[in-house]
Ligand binder design. Sequence first.
Ligand code: SAM
Length: 205
Amino acid sequence: MDQAYWNDYYERNRLPACPSLFAEFLMQSFLRPPMQIIELGCGNGRDSIYFSQKGLTVLGVDQVSEEVTFLNGKYSTNKLKFCMGDFTRLPSDESYDCVYSRFTLHSVTDADEDRVFNWVRHALRENGLFALEVRSMSDPKRRQGTRVSPSENIVDGHYRRYAELSGLLAKLSEVGLAPLFSEESTGFAPHGDEDPPVIRVVAQL
Ligand SMILES: C[S@@+](CC[C@H](N)C(=O)[O-])C[C@H]1O[C@@H](n2cnc3c(N)ncnc32)[C@H](O)[C@@H]1O
């Protein structure tokens, strides 16, 4: 799960920056208060904090305990909490209007992703949304580093798995989720001088 990689990253990038373009897109078109949302792999909390500022009730989950402790100490309110955990093994005792996953599913294996999708189906309320953004097979990073399989590699010790839009939609359909929005494009997640094609999906139960 690359805990050491992310621990080191957040030690150097602790304070949340501005929200992602995906979070802003969702607030413009799909999300509104008083929805309840869970973020899988919330990182430094930038999107969880943004959603809560927009009036949503938010739980951010991440495996990096130091970052979760920091975020709870600085930002938690009665409508914003952070929790340390493995998002591929979450309990099914809560339900949400939206499950949000940005740049996290490509850090887990295909089998773990299947478990997440099954959990999502049970965790979503009626008409609930699953919003995800992942790296695609067309990402230039896929051809770098050490190849594990055609869709997996390790770059600088960091595991990534690249998705195909059609395959992703088929898997979502198997668990009863229908796409409201699905697109693969550049411009979704530019970072520094990189702007790889990224898959963005909003699916509804
Ligand atoms: C690329 S970062 C994305 C952070 C945030 N979603 C964003 O878009 O800014 C991936 C995050 O997922 C977390 N992560 C990866 N696998 C995880 C797992 N199985 N359980 C919990 N967190 C995980 C990492 O610790 C890291 O913070």
